[in-house]
Design a protein around this ligand. Structure first.
Ligand code: FES
Ligand code: FES
Length: 132
């Protein structure tokens, strides 16, 4: 199966690889696994507590090229977004941007789930401030 140029680009030059301190109050960490293949993705956001805007993101993915490309792409997409905007990111947008074939759609779902989990983790840390 051939990967698209965008997948290859992100796979060969992944953006924002690495970690933040998960105990940092301004960091949200999302860790998700894909039952279909056993791949694991860790995605972290760093939030400006004054504005609620995501200022930076990091990822580590143990998985296929599409999973790495999906996580690399979303670390770029979430920067500058509010938490509410970040959770609107749909796996279908990721799959479309990367031209993922049907068998690789679950790799983009992993990235969507990782973002949601990271936002949830951040919100849990700031539960008092953000509760509705
Ligand atoms: Fe996950 Fe490809 S099946 S590595
Ligand atoms: Fe399983 Fe890509 S995350 S094949």
């Amino acid at each position: 199966m051939a990967y698209s140029d965008k997948v290859i680009d992100h796979y060969e030059n992944p953006r924002n690889v690495g970690s933040f301190d998960k105990n940092d109050d301004n960091v949200g960490t999302g860790m998700v696994g894909a039952p279909a293949c056993g791949d694991v993705m860790k995605l972290q956001i760093k939030v400006n507590p004054a504005t609620g805007v995501i200022e930076d993101a990091r990822f580590k993915t143990y998985g296929c090229g599409s999973a790495i490309a999906s996580s690399s792409l979303v670390t770029e997409w979430v920067k500058g977004k509010t938490l509410d905007e970040a959770v609107q990111i749909k796996n279908s947008q990721i799959a479309e941007e990367l031209a993922l074939p049907p068998v690789k759609i679950h790799c983009s779902i992993l990235a969507e789930d990782a973002i949601k989990a990271a936002v949830e983790d951040y919100r849990r840390k700031h539960a008092v401030a953000t509760q509705e």
